[in-house]
Design a protein around this ligand. Sequence first.
Ligand code: ADP
Ligand code: ADP
Length: 234
Amino acid sequence: MALVEARNLCKDYVAGEITVKAIRGVDFTIDTGSFVSFVGPSGSGKSTLLNMIGCLDPPSQGDLVVAGKDVTRLDSRHSAKFRGDHIGFIFQDFNLIPVLTVFENIEYPLQMVQNWPVEKRRKRVEELLGAVGMADQGKKYPNQISGGQKQRVAVARALVTNAKLVLADEPTANLDSRTANRIIGLMKKMRDEFGTTFIFSTHDTRVVESAEIIFTLEDGVLQTKNGNPGGQHA
Ligand code: ADP
Ligand code: ADP
């Protein structure tokens, strides 16, 4: 089943007399449970595309359906609600809250966005801590753990609300290559375990090989559709 469908998707950034055509009419379909990467050099449009899929920034043109909903023209209140219900985010600089423990960082979306009762939250956070290999690290603060461990916490936080879709913009950019491969491996394991669809962007040709579907972006245009050289189809 298609989870993300984009048709002739375009994004222009307009600043005064200057228009940057960041995404120039791309078409793609991503099925539920896929493990997908958008790869391309800096400035090719990866963040722009992920921000549209994540309903953080509306398209300038085209059609975009996510989880059965036409999100092309959602206003900001509805897009915030839609993100909270369906989408988890992972960032290159981890974005953990420094004054909260590892446990509290993972708990945060359940408390602030979804208002779960305390005992249900505790059980869910412990489940995720275990799933990402951080069961004994819950009381630590972000500055007491390594970069790889911070990203494990971010993976847990993205999954804690049962998001259907996790979007990760350059999740390995601040990690050494061994740790980067372990984080991509962890995301894939989470896809296998929870059935969550993962879409990550990268400019790193070493980590992209782990994706099952690779879309190559160049100057806002998609070079490869629904497949990859040497890879498998969804
Ligand atoms: P990537 O994530 O692949 O590095 P981006 O999506 O960040 O690429 O950028 C694609 C293009 O859009 C680049 O030319 C970039 O300079 C431009 N761009 C991105 N964000 C903005 C913005 N807010 N305003 C104007 N131009 C932007
Ligand atoms: P680091 O950046 O410190 O190298 P790692 O990602 O290698 O971080 O590992 C972080 C923690 O998670 C370590 O305690 C490690 O033992 C544990 N760990 C690593 N891989 C797995 C896995 N696949 N399943 C469970 N725990 C793991």
